[in-house]
Design a protein around this ligand. Structure first.
Ligand SMILES: [Zn+2]
Length: 265
């Protein structure tokens, strides 16, 4: 009997804790608020940047920052048009390039803190390629994928439904969960996001890059290069990412919609 009551209560609290993704309208589990997760993310970001080391390649560093600011402006414009500017409350955008040629990765934390690793730069090839990745990673943050994953893991791994309970019980685990949830954990890269999250980030990312003045038609070519391994590391992310053909096909299907937002620079 009690077991049933507890399960019922858990289901009920989860139902109440659903929110909607701003762009796609999909319902998602949300036990963590931006007010809770952004200060944690900001603290972790300071540590990541301190450890760095930051790239000394000024040309690439400036490119990442330039694209970042353009994508940020596009996001702000997009959210304003949707009447969803309040979702960006607490965002303090920052864009850095970390020197690690073996890391074929980039991520964006809740709150807009972005890191690129030098390992992904050859696959980006040019500024438009950087915009593909930037749009995609920022889309994960805007769609609150990190929050959603952290919520799922809190329930699944710890049976806890609030951040304060988790941090009270095990602050180290809380921080690790956050880093994994945003794809910035030590061993996880772009590979750990679910297929659903990846598709959503691909779709939204195309719109952001187009609004920022980058041709969205360049996105499939980037993912093709990524699929071919690009760097020295094997393309691990392929195993959990949408199957390559599906991803390219989906992207091509979304390009006409993204083109409506495209303002050529
Ligand atoms: Zn992704």
């Amino acid at each position: 009997m009690w077991k049933k009551v507890i399960v019922f209560a858990a289901v009920l609290s989860v139902l109440y804790a659903c929110s909607k993704v701003a762009v796609t309208g999909r319902s998602q589990l949300s036990l963590v608020s931006n007010g809770e997760i952004i200060p944690m993310a900001n603290k972790e970001y300071v540590e990541v940047i301190k450890k760095g080391p930051l790239s000394t390649n000024q040309e690439q560093t400036q490119m990442v920052k330039r694209v970042g600011v353009k994508i940020q402006k596009a996001v702000e414009q997009y959210m304003a048009q949707k009447g969803a500017s309040s979702e960006l409350a607490g965002f303090a955008w920052e864009f850095n390039l970390i020197d690690d040629p073996k890391m074929v990765n980039a991520w964006c934390m809740p709150g807009g803190k972005v890191a690129f690793y030098t390992g992904i730069m050859p696959i980006c090839k040019d500024e438009t390629g950087v915009a593909v990745v930037m749009g995609h990673e920022v889309a994960h943050a805007i769609a609150n994928h990190g929050r959603e994953r952290m919520s799922q893991q809190m329930i699944a791994q710890y049976g806890l439904s609030t951040v304060s309970a988790l941090m009270g019980q095990n602050p180290t685990a809380g921080k690790e969960l956050l880093m994994q949830a945003v794809g910035a954990g030590t061993n996880v890269g772009m590979l750990k996001f679910s297929r659903e999250h990846e598709s959503e980030a691909d779709h939204i990312g195309l719109i952001f890059m187009a609004m920022a003045g980058y041709d969205p038609a360049a996105a499939p070519a980037f993912w093709q290069r990524m699929g071919q391994g690009g760097g020295s590391e094997p393309p691990e992310f392929l195993s959990t990412h949408p199957s390559h053909g599906t991803r390219i096909k989906d992207l091509q299907g979304w390009i006409p919609e993204a083109m409506k937002y495209y303002k050529k620079q």
